[in-house]
Every structure is written in structure tokens, then in C-alpha cells.
Design a protein around this ligand. Structure first.
Ligand code: PLP
Length: 366
């Protein structure tokens, strides 16, 4: 259909055509409303652009393409500013409340009313870089010490970006899983608090807050539209972003909602694999994908609970369309605007363009 990309074979699992109750049960309207009310008060808050790409839409034969550009979000260059930092603020709210023996509000934490108490609460996480940067940013904002564990393969540039935000960065010799274990152990031993974007049995509050924070993005998109889009493409790593956004979409549009398509690299397809076998499973990553932010082998349990009910389709994309998709944003067709987008951010757009080239997928979605 188009000459934009080389031939690309997508993986596809059709999931639910009827939404379940997870969008209301796992994350509530109240969770989103509270996060939104707070984040909109943060210094520097403003809605990020929803960019229209009419020339690309015409080229692939669809009515309209809108791309949510999270680049300008709080100057952090990442949608994760909404989740990790909000989760950090919520941990501080809960822990300061316990320390002072009375209910403390998010506003109190934001305005520094309990500065001394916050300075005594250390927040920690293991990271490949992105979540850690947002946590470091949140800790800097709210005055809490931050300790970040990175594995041997994390670049020095990423480590420095977190140090620049005030984090104490600890590099280990092992892999990502070893950094997660060490973060948990040292937190237990020292009375620190893990702020992870992935949930596991017995650990769900911060991941719920992370996903609630992402609801800000969804609300901005929904409010900018006069009718529901037909399809929404969301990239997936551990699934937190995708689950947070799909829950908000289902809450907002109800029965008349879009088809929500989850997109992952073929090389790191833990959500796709889980959808294929019908339960959350790990995916053994052998070769690293260019989409480094999506290189996750283990779904977040809580995100999976939402996605298994609320996602319409799971797709995988091959590596050979990543660079063409990044280029398409940097050097767009005709008068479409330039969007600065990285390899992980373009996964959904790459999947859409590639799907329009594949007759069987495109036909199913007509
Ligand atoms: C641009 C981008 N999109 C998506 C993700 C994945 O988000 P999640 O792990 O919440 O699914 C990442 C993770 O770092 C990312 O950098």
C-alpha cells in the first residue's frame, strides 16, 4: 500500500472486543481524579501537544492521525514525569502522615510544609534509566533523598542524567533483575521505600499511583477530541503506560470507545506472549531491541490485570521499521510538523503504518 517502510511482518493476537470491568476495578475514577487534580497544580504544568499528521494519514489512507507528543512534559523529555514523580509524592504523603501522626495532604508535600520530614525519607528504585530519571526528578521536587540502582549495561549518560537530578546512583555488576533484588534488599535493611512502576504480589500502591499519573495524558487527549478515535496505539514495556492509558480511555468513552492496540518489539514481547498464552508470562530477551524503553521481559502484574481485559489487540513489530519510523517523524511528509521522537516512542505509529501495508490486518480493522 505504501513505500514508507520495508516489508515488515507483524505479530498479532486479537484479544477483547468487549471491555471488562478492570478499567474501573483495578484503577478507579477516583485514583485518576486525585492524580490529575494534584499534577495540574505542579509548577510548569501545561497540556502537551496532540499533533495532527494529515499528509501521513492521506498517504496510508486513514482519516486522521493524532500523535501525543510527551517530549515537552515538564521539560523532562518523558511521559514518565507524570507517573514516577507522582508516586514519589504519594509515598511521601503516606510516610509523613505516619511520622507526624496526622493526615498530610499532597498539597502539603508540594508546598514543602514538611520539608524536614521529607528529607528523612529515602526513595529507591532499580531502573534501565527512564523510570529512575522520573523518580529522581520527583524526589528533587519534593525534597527527598533518592537512590537509584542501575545494572552494568546502563549507559553512563543515563546515570549522569539521574545524578544531575540529585540521585545517588549505584551501579552493580549484574543484570537488571539483580539490581531490582538489591534495591529491595537495601530498602528493607535501611528503612527506605521502593518506588517501582512494576507491581508484584504484596506491592501495588506505587505502581497504581504511577498509572494514575499517566491518566493526565489520557484526559488531555480525550478532552481535545469531540468524538472517540477509532483506534489507539500504545507502546508497551512492562505495561504500566498502556494500562494506565487504556483504563482512562475506557472510563471516558465507555461502550463507544476505540479499539486499543498494544505494540511491543518482537524482541521483547512479554505482553504479547502473555496474551497469546492467556496468562502473565515472562519473555526471555535474547537480543536487545533498538526500542530500549520497551525492552522488558516481565509484565507488571497490575498492568496485566487491566490489559488482559481492556486491550483489543496485541501487536509485535520487527526492528527494521524502527529507524524508518523515527525518520518519518524527524523528516515528515509534505507539510506535516516535525516531531522529535525516540525509538520507543514511535512503536505505535510504526505499527499503524506497517499494519496498513498488511492486507489481512488492515482488512480486519476496517
Ligand atoms: C518512550 C517510552 N514508551 C513506553 C515505555 C514503557 O512504559 P511501560 O514500561 O510503563 O510499559 C517506555 C519506558 O521506558 C518509554 O521510554
Amino acid at each position: 500500500m505504501t513505500d514508507l517502510f520495508p516489508p515488515a511482518k507483524l505479530g498479532h493476537v486479537a484479544a477483547n472486543m468487549v471491555a471488562g470491568d478492570a478499567a474501573h476495578r483495578v484503577l478507579s475514577e477516583q485514583d485518576f481524579a486525585q492524580a490529575r487534580a494534584e499534577i495540574m497544580q505542579w509548577d510548569g504544568y501545561c497540556a502537551t501537544p496532540l499533533v495532527s499528521l494529515p499528509a501521513l494519514a492521506a498517504k496510508i489512507g486513514v482519516g486522521e492521525i493524532l500523535y501525543k507528543d510527551e517530549g515537552p512534559r515538564f521539560g523532562l523529555g518523558s511521559f514518565k514525569a507524570l507517573g514516577g514523580s507522582y508516586a514519589a509524592q504519594r509515598v511521601l504523603q503516606r510516610e509523613v502522615s505516619k511520622a507526624v501522626g496526622q493526615d498530610v495532604s499532597l498539597e502539603d508535600i508540594r508546598l514543602g510544609a514538611y520539608k524536614d520530614e521529607c528529607a528523612k525519607i529515602t526513595l529507591v528504585s532499580a531502573t534501565d534509566g527512564n523510570h529512575g530519571r522520573s523518580l529522581a526528578w520527583g524526589c528533587q521536587r519534593f525534597g527527598a533523598p533518592c537512590r537509584i540502582y542501575i545494572h552494568a549495561e546502563v549507559s553512563e549518560g543515563r546515570a549522569q542524567a539521574m545524578r544531575d537530578l540529585g540521585a545517588n546512583v549505584v551501579r552493580i555488576t549484574g543484570d537488571y533483575d539483580a539490581s531490582v533484588l538489591l534495591a529491595k534488599k537495601e530498602a528493607e535493611d535501611n528503612g527506605w521505600f521502593v518506588v517501582s512502576d512494576t507491581s508484584w504480589p504484596g506491592y501495588s500502591e506505587p505502581p497504581r499511583d504511577v498509572m494514575s499519573g499517566y491518566g493526565v495524558m489520557t484526559q488531555e487527549i480525550c478532552e481535545a477530541l469531540t468524538q472517540a478515535p477509532t483506534h489507539v496505539f500504545l507502546q508497551g514495556g512492562v505495561g504500566g503506560l498502556a494500562a494506565g492509558v487504556v483504563a482512562g480511555i475506557r472510563q471516558y468513552w465507555g461502550e463507544n470507545g476505540p479499539r486499543v492496540v498494544i505494540v511491543e518489539p518482537k524482541l521483547a514481547a512479554c505482553l504479547f506472549e502473555s496474551a497469546r498464552v492467556g496468562k502473565a508470562v515472562n519473555f526471555a530477551i535474547v537480543d536487545e531491541t533498538l526500542m530500549a524503553g520497551l525492552s522488558c521481559g516481565e509484565p507488571s502484574g497490575m498492568a496485566w490485570e487491566i490489559l488482559v481485559q481492556e486491550a483489543s489487540d496485541f501487536l509485535t513489530i520487527p526492528e527494521n521499521i524502527v529507524a524508518p519510523a523515527v525518520r518519518l517523524m524527524a523528516r515528515p511528509l509534505d507539510s506535516d510538523p516535525v516531531v522529535e521522537a525516540g525509538e520507543s516512542a514511535i512503536a505505535g505509529l510504526a505499527a499503524l503504518v506497517a499494519a496498513r501495508m498488511e492486507d489481512d490486518l488492515s482488512g480486519q480493522w476496517a
